[in-house]
Structures are given as structure tokens and as C-alpha cells.
Ligand binder design. Sequence first.
Ligand code: A3D
Length: 320
Amino acid sequence: MAKAKIALIGGGNIGGTLAHLAALKEFGDIVIFDIVEGLPQGKALDLAQSGPVEGFDGDFKGTQDYKDIEGADVVIVTAGVPRKPGMSRDDLLGINLKVMKAVGEGIKTYAPNAFVICITNPLDVMVWALREITGLSHNKVVGMAGVLDSSRFRLFLANEFKVSVEDVTAFVLGGHGDTMVPLTRYSTVAGIPVPDLIEMGWTTQENIDGIVQRTRDGGAEIVKLLKTGSAFYAPATSAIEMADAYLKDKKRVLPAAAHLTGQYGVNDMYVGVPVVIGAGGVERIVEVSLTKDEKAMFQTSVDAVSGLVDAVKKIDQSIG
Ligand code: A3D
């Protein structure tokens, strides 16, 4: 059976970590594309040299030529610029849009059958633009943010309850930004919803409000500490979970920035919602009922994404 081919567009902090994780999981052959000469080649060679110790085989290639991504089964896009302290994700719009144009053309030409996972910020609008540029079907282009945001939420809840992160599930809706909507009602410890845990005296509403806010600010907290870039371990592992669901047709239910066609009252936009990921890409959108307050928070988040989509259409009239 032919091995799968994974193309990583962008070989920086997240791209390098993605390559390492994909190799350890033996996903298949790995191509790292980056515009900085030598960088992807160096990382690919270094990675190949860890194979004999770890026991993985495969082809690892660094490149500046899109032809090398030809026939990729999965493409994960991190190309672009990350945030510096004081910057919002939206400040990256203009510069990363130009990057998406180049990347999108490359994917359209050489990997039109791939499952494409976008990580570049500002996420919800970049994945929308990337889909427009590639012309791929909407179910094959998805954005990674929800797995990361809910992983942060799970960690903070596990710490609060002093239980294993494995027993905490969390639910995050909306755009990847300060307006994201962590939903406590659908977040649980071993199936017990957070509001019940408050009633049981495990925590207080005040502590949960603090955790929700910390989740919303999760990326900024790390940018402030690192000073020269943004989070990369957790973002990479989150995208790998999505790629794994696709490659193994696992039908995982994961939060992701997916293209909505009326669900949650949203049309032709990418916003974070629960989806089912399997061999068909995004196979289903899971639409849960929301309370009036949750709907209002979700709408604020959708409006923020919609404003960025309009800005993109203004910057580049060939998109959208
Ligand atoms: P970084 O380490 O700077 O890597 C980005 C790489 O992209 C660099 O090696 C660049 O040389 C390369 N690059 C720039 N332009 C191009 C191009 N036209 N074609 C190919 N490669 C190019 O950043 P990073 O890996 O830390 O972050 C990458 C992106 O992910 C940024 O936009 C971050 O804001 C974003 N990010 C998103 C999340 C989400 O949860 C959505 C989390 C963390 C970071």
C-alpha cells in the first residue's frame, strides 16, 4: 500500500513541531516547504537523522519548490507571520493574506485532492481565503483552532478540579480570537457538566469565569512570555489530531473552523463549531442548541470574523 504524503507549508516553530509529531506517528512521507532557503532542508535532514533512534522510516524532504508537494494527502499550512507582544491576531491580516495567495496557488496546482488544515492567523478568515484561492471543496479545507482552545480550557479545568486532563472534556465555539465562546454547559468531568460541579461545591462560578477568560487569552499569555513568537507545541499537536482523524477515517468529533451554510444562522463563513472528521474530510457539522446568552456571545464572535472577511474582500477584490 502506498504511504501517505504529508506536506507542511511553513517550516517554522509549528511546522517543525508538526514534522516531528507526524514522523513519530509514522503518518508517511513528509515534505516541508518554506521560503527561507536551507531552513526546511535542515529540519528535514535533522528529522530523518532521528529516525534510526525512534525507529521510523520515510522520506523527509525540505523544499522551496511547490512541485514537491505533488499528490499530498494532507497539507498543513502554517506559512506566514506569528504575533509579537502587543499585536492582535487581526494585525496579521494583510501580510498573511499575501502568503495565503501564494500557498493557495501551490496547493491548487499540486495537491488539489488533499485535506487542507490551515493554522495561519487570523485563523477563521485565513482559512476562508485559502479555500477561495484553492477552489477545493469546502469539506476538504478546515481551520485548526478549536482543538487548541478546548485543550487549554481542559487543562485549566483539570487543574481547578485536581483531576486528570484525560477526564475533562471541553467545548469551545466561535472564532479563534478574544470573542471565542467557551461553553461550560457542554464541558464536563467524566460526563458531569461544569454547572453541576459548581452545585456540588467543586468550584465557584467566579473561578470558572476566570478560567473562561484565561482560555480566551490563552494565546496572548504565551506570546507575552515568549516575546519573540507564539505558541507552537499545543497548536501542532492539535492539528496532528485532526490529520490523524482524516488519515485513519476515525470520525472524530472535534471543534474546528468549518464552512457553514446556514448552520448556527451563519452563511458562507468559516467559524469554530464541532464537526465530524473522517476520510471525507469534514463529514458533518454538529449543531447544538444554544441559550439566548450563548447565542449572543456566538453572534459577537461571528460578527468579528465577518468584519475580517469584508476587510479581505476590500484588500483583494479577486477573493470572495
Ligand atoms: P514561524 O515560526 O514564524 O513560522 C512561520 C514560517 O512561515 C516561517 O518559517 C516563514 O519563513 C514561513 N513563511 C513565510 N512566508 C511564507 C510563504 N509565502 N511560503 C511559505 N512559507 C512562508 O511561526 P509559527 O510556526 O509559530 O506560526 C505560524 C502561524 O500560525 C502564525 O500565523 C501564527 O499566528 C499561527 N498560529 C495559529 C494558532 C491557532 O490556534 C490558529 C496558534 C498559534 C499560531
